[in-house]
Design a protein around this ligand. Structure first.
Ligand code: ZN
Ligand code: ZN
Length: 230
């Protein structure tokens, strides 16, 4: 009785499968992978011959390079939502695959010596119960054998969510929200985040790290949301 409940199935299409995600669904996901030769190296927007795009030339971000493993398109938004808000940890297998299969091609030569998960404010962490970026940071640490900076390395002030704000408001809203500890001095830091939307938060985090003495900052996001251009 209820034997069917024990049968393993793909998290995405629910077909019987021994792994968390079936090969067919993984192949759908692979179609979203971005390639270094066709994206801007600073914001991952599509760009011919990987040239720095006009926006990044006019508003250079405070990090040295950015990599997005995939485009933020179905099924990623639904997966990320479940993962972030419902703590469906089973989905982390999908994101680990994405990271292992399409990592930043420049990372081994970047000299990055540690990893930092995009910090959450204390209030948001308590509300959500966990920071999904901690998990992705652990995956990156595992791939590259780099240490993850502790949670208290950067303090994040609590502010209204960025998603309700315009691009200019986002920049103002995040100004000064991060305070990096002096321990980041002379470190080359790889920030890990889930979705890049406007890049305002990432750029501000990079600014505060550089301000506290970090010698270089790089960014790796799981997905780039093209819907809202930087
Ligand atoms: Zn499937
Ligand atoms: Zn750009």
């Amino acid at each position: 009785m209820f034997g069917f409940l024990k049968q393993k199935s793909c998290l995405l299409c629910h077909a019987p499968n021994k792994d968390a995600v079936c090969e067919g669904c993984l192949n759908d996901l692979r179609r979203l992978y971005l390639r270094a030769d066709s994206v801007c190296p600073l914001c991952a927007a599509f760009s011919v011959n990987a040239a720095v795009c006009g926006h990044c030339q006019n508003h250079p971000p405070r990090y040295a390079r950015l990599w997005a493993s995939a485009e933020y398109a179905a099924p990623l938004p639904a997966l990320l939502h479940e993962w972030k808000h419902l703590s469906r940890n089973a989905f982390s297998a999908v994101f680990q695959t994405l990271m292992r299969e399409n990592p930043p091609p420049w990372l081994p030569e970047s000299g990055a010596d540690c990893i930092l998960a995009m910090p959450l404010s204390r209030q948001r962490r308590l509300f959500r119960g966990f920071n999904q970026c901690d998990e992705t940071a652990e995956t990156a640490a595992d791939i590259y054998g780099l240490p993850v900076l502790s949670r208290d390395t950067v303090f994040r002030q609590h502010k209204p969510p960025q998603s309700t704000l315009s691009q200019a408001e986002r920049r103002r809203n995040v100004r000064g929200v991060f305070q990096a500890a002096p321990s980041v001095k002379n470190r080359k830091i790889l920030i890990i985040d889930d979705v890049l939307t406007t890049g305002a938060t990432l750029s501000e985090l990079a600014r505060s790290l550089r301000h506290a003495g970090a010698s270089a900052v790089f960014v790796w996001v799981l997905a780039r949301n093209r819907g809202k251009n930087i």
